[in-house]
Design a binder for this molecule. Structure first.
Ligand code: HEM
Ligand SMILES: N[C@@H](CC(=O)c1ccccc1NC=O)C(=O)O
Length: 284
């Protein structure tokens, strides 16, 4: 059928009666999602809507990242490496999208932000429990971060439980051991509640993986996927830092930290240090 008078005719088959069946908004619970943006500035500051939506969309993506990472870890435990890698591929794509999203927030000038920053009170991204869960799952365990959630017992319990569980890297190293790689016993028995500590004894293990790709290709591919993941995460952290720097300069944060200095120190952290360390040894 042709488009006539500039209007696309509705096809006869297009449903219009949803009195007895589910429609788009009902399936997606859009009334709840789209009813959750409430700027607090009075009179409402035009740019506060951007600030809220930027955070909410990031939290939605973090929900998916967590869903995929938990599944990837469990798949590693079940020796389903190819499916686990499929999960990680999706996480990488989401992280890239989250990173590009900073360019939207970069349209917020320091003057605009200063006009409604006061309405944020003591709230801060440091209180993002989904972000903390992702950090824990990737190995940046830090029991002291739980203190921030003392007034949210449900969140505190969930994060404390996650702190007790093995990380994605723990699960990967256990899989390597089951496949006959010489992962040291101290690594397999480590206290998973503590942050990962760089372990030089793992370097020869990874060196073998990187130098004999013909025997264990999927393990080699998994190592590179973990490095990609770490890269993608660091780039997100870096864009956050730069956005904060251009928006509030050296002001202290609403969460009580030094601000830029606190965020910069996160860039020194690495989830999988041996996967970076092994690169120095390749071909030597
Ligand atoms: C104008 C925009 C933003 C500014 C000025 C800003 C500023 C800050 C500052 C100063 C901190 C340090 C903690 C504190 O004392 O408050 C922080 C932490 C954090 N922010 Fe933002 N932020 C912005 C946007 C965002 C967005 C869009 C997200 C996405 C959810 C986010 C997530 C986080 C997270 C997860 C932390 C904790 C980081 C860590 O523990 O290493 N921030 N932010
Ligand atoms: N920490 C920020 C405030 C902030 O960014 C924020 C406040 C409320 C909800 C989310 C936030 N985003 C990230 O920290 C600041 O010091 O301006």
């Amino acid at each position: 059928m042709h488009v006539t008078n500039g209007e696309r005719p509705l096809e006869d088959g297009i449903r219009t009666d949803f009195s007895r069946s589910m429609d788009y908004g009902a399936y997606l619970e859009l009334d709840a999602v789209l009813g959750a943006q409430h700027p607090r500035s009075t009179p409402a500051h035009h740019d506060e809507m951007l600030f809220i939506i930027q955070h909410q969309t990031t939290e939605l993506w973090l929900k998916l990242v967590l869903h995929e990472l938990l599944s990837a870890r469990d798949l590693l435990d079940a020796d389903e490496l190819p499916v686990a890698l499929k999960r990680l591929a999706r996480v990488k794509a989401v992280l890239r999208t989250m990173t590009e999203q900073w360019s939207v927030l970069s349209t917020l000038t320091p003057s605009e932000y200063a006009e409604f920053r006061g309405t944020l009170g003591t709230s801060s991204g440091v209180q993002s429990y989904q972000y903390r869960a992702v950090e824990f799952l990737l190995g940046n365990k830090n029991e002291r971060m739980l203190a921030v959630f003392a007034s949210r017992p449900d969140v505190h319990r969930t994060l404390s439980r996650l702190l007790d569980e093995p990380t994605l890297y723990d699960a990967f190293l256990r899989l390597l051991a089951r496949r006959g790689h010489a992962v040291p016993a101290e690594v397999l028995d480590r206290d998973v509640r503590t942050p990962w500590v760089e372990t030089a004894e793992l370097l020869p293990v990874f060196r073998r993986v990187y130098e004999s790709t013909d025997t264990d290709w999927d393990v080699y591919a998994a190592c590179e996927d973990l490095v990609d993941l770490e890269d993608a995460f660091q780039v997100w952290r870096f864009r956050h830092l730069r956005t904060v720097q251009r928006t509030i300069g050296m002001k202290t944060g609403t969460g009580g930290s030094s601000g830029v200095g606190f965020l910069r120190r996160a860039l020194d952290l690495t989830f999988f240090p041996e996967l970076l360390g092994v690169r120095t040894l390749i071909g030597t």
